[in-house]
Design a protein around this ligand. Structure first.
Ligand code: T6T
Length: 325
């Protein structure tokens, strides 16, 4: 009798403890996170995603492409869709045109899409060519390019030959950074853009291309490295040529490497994005949408911290340096 009572009690307790867990689980969306590639920028973004996921008590499935581009990103996306349990996908499309169809397939499968860092189409999800994503959260990359150009012009006294180390054609972010840089350079009649190379997101290629440009243009005075790999390669080439301080490098993305180059006098300025905020906000928007909020903004820009040798140790600025465990 007593044993039977204990058994019934255990079953009741188990039911009580399981039932709320089940209903809580059902009341929460499952998040998929598909960054552009493995790099410190997206690793910091993942920290933001994970923080929000923990704050909201959600689950996330994260999958990193090992190299940049739709050929690598699409099969990973397809596999995430095929799981059938993802409600919201937070992703950085690696090509603004080529990733439209694969992400439309995710939408057709009932997954809501938020793009972070990069966008699809022209990034105008209200009345542009692509409107299916819930939101686009990222930097103002045209402005980022202009900041780089004006900084170079300032340090060079408005005179000199400059060069762009870029990644791939068709990537919204790096394309816009290149565009903004060119616009910025045009503000200074004494500045001349002597070239733009595409390194396919590879630091070694960036170093080789930069080295070739240093040889072809002995008067080259400034280089804009549009992202982690571009700036790392450009910095390495300048160091290898012993041109630190003679050729100014502007580094987009605040990696430890870029900050070390700043301290060593190889890099003049580091432009830090806010990937943690992009990741955190994307999860918060998914959560809001899930609960019926209808005012989730279609586009949010997250701003920059512009780091130079004078403010690099200021905690208000240094907190934006990409810290990856
Ligand atoms: O600069 C970031 C990102 O904003 C861009 O879209 C791709 O490159 C990075 O991930 C840095 O490697």
């Amino acid at each position: 009798m007593t044993r039977k009572f204990v058994l019934v009690l255990l079953v009741m307790l188990a039911a009580l403890s399981i039932l709320p867990a089940v209903s809580a689980q059902e009341d929460k969306p499952k998040i998929g996170f598909l960054p552009g590639v493995v790099d410190p920028f997206y690793q910091v973004m993942e920290i933001g995603v994970n923080r929000a996921v923990a704050d909201f008590g959600l689950e996330v499935v994260t999958q990193y492409p090992q190299s940049w581009g739709p050929t690598v990103q699409t099969p990973i996306l397809d596999a995430l869709v095929a799981r059938g349990d993802i409600d919201y996908l937070i992703t950085a499309p690696t090509d603004k045109e080529q990733m439209i169809a694969p992400l439309q397939a995710a939408i057709d499968a009932g997954i809501k899409v938020i793009t972070v860092d990069t966008f699809l189409g022209d990034g105008n999800y209200v009345d542009g060519p692509v409107t299916f994503p819930l939101s686009y959260i990222g930097s103002d990359n045209v402005e980022g390019g202009r900041i780089a150009a004006r900084a170079l012009a300032e340090v060079l006294g408005g005179q000199g030959q400059v060069y762009i180390q870029n990644t791939n054609v068709g990537v919204s972010t790096t394309e816009q950074r290149g565009q903004g840089f060119k616009e910025g350079i045009l503000e200074f009649p004494g500045m001349e853009l002597v070239g733009e190379d595409y390194n396919l997101d590879d630091a070694n290629t960036s170093a080789e291309q930069t080295n070739a440009k240093l040889q072809a243009f002995p008067e080259l005075a400034g280089i804009f490295g549009v992202n982690v790999f571009s700036a790392t390669g450009a910095g390495n080439a300048v160091k290898a040529a012993g041109l630190e301080g003679k050729v100014q490098v502007i580094a987009f993305d605040a990696t430890q490497d870029a900050i070390q180059n700043l301290r060593d006098g190889v890099v003049t300025l580091v432009i830090a994005q806010k990937p943690f905020d992009m990741g955190y906000m994307a999860v918060a928007f998914a959560m809001a949408d899930y609960h019926g909020v209808t005012s989730v903004p279609k586009h949010v820009t997250t701003g920059y911290a512009v780091i130079d040798i004078n403010n690099v140790d200021d905690p208000a600025v240094a907190r934006f340096i990409y810290q990856v465990p």
